[in-house]
Design a protein around this ligand. Sequence first.
Ligand SMILES: C[S@@+](CC[C@H](N)C(=O)[O-])C[C@H]1O[C@@H](n2cnc3c(N)ncnc32)[C@H](O)[C@@H]1O
Length: 283
Amino acid sequence: MNPLLDELSEECFLESLKLIHAVTGITIGQNRKSMVQGRLRKRATELQMASYEDYLEQVKKDPSEEVVFIDLVTTNETCFFRTPRIWNYIYDVFLPEWHAKNPGRKFFAWSAAASGGDEAHSLGVAFQAFKEQNPKFSYQILGTDISAEMIQTCQRGMYRGRSIEAFKRYKKPWFERYMIGQGEEEYQAVAEIRNRIRFQTHNLFKPLTCPEQFDLVLLRNVLIYFTAADQEKVLHLIEPKMTSSGVLIIGESESLTHIQTPYSGIQPLVYQKKSIGSEKKAA
Ligand SMILES: C[S@@+](CC[C@H](N)C(=O)[O-])C[C@H]1O[C@@H](n2cnc3c(N)ncnc32)[C@H](O)[C@@H]1O
């Protein structure tokens, strides 16, 4: 072990926080030094760096190390069907209304901080179940995340343990119908679902360039890592990628009430574009 990696100096810690913010938009509190030190030490040791300062220089000058740095500093906690009431809303309320109003149109959904893909695959399971009841329904899902390692996990699409524990228990019929065991307790969604999901890296602080306009955007449990001003930036970048009646859903510990955004709430955690809210009021 290199003794110079024992203690991250205050100056270098602050430099790390600046670099994390510049690269990912994530703001980490100054009380999280041991967490940051732990994450950087592992990688700096692997690369046999002489000091944390040298490691930060490497991140700044080497784009491939920046990719690894992003994987290091992001927190990727997720699971299938996280926050059940949101999934009840999507399946029982939002999809039937959307389908009735948009006959023959394809439905586009975006899991905008996809982590390991649990959320995008949960969408796939819910949409496939809805499609079986409504054969004319057709859908496509995009999952994006800033972490290249997470996108690889999404593309592999194999799930086990905590990731699927609640899914197995609370939505047993869907689990049995749409997930296939692949040995060693790993499960993968059926091909009909996998074929309708694609994954790519994307930083929420940049405009998303793809042809689709989304009917549903899940932006869950990622705003918590951003300052209020940065949350506003991200939310303004997402709005043009949504259809005029598109719905945005955030995480259960998040709120848009304290910031300026182009959205209005339609129920807890569920938002739509303000223009739609005012059209409805005027009508
Ligand atoms: C805690 S996970 C949330 C996963 C999932 N949405 C959920 O609610 O279960 C947060 C994810 O946001 C991603 N993330 C952080 N900053 C990002 C950024 N600037 N652009 C895109 N993704 C980002 C992280 O890599 C991480 O996978």
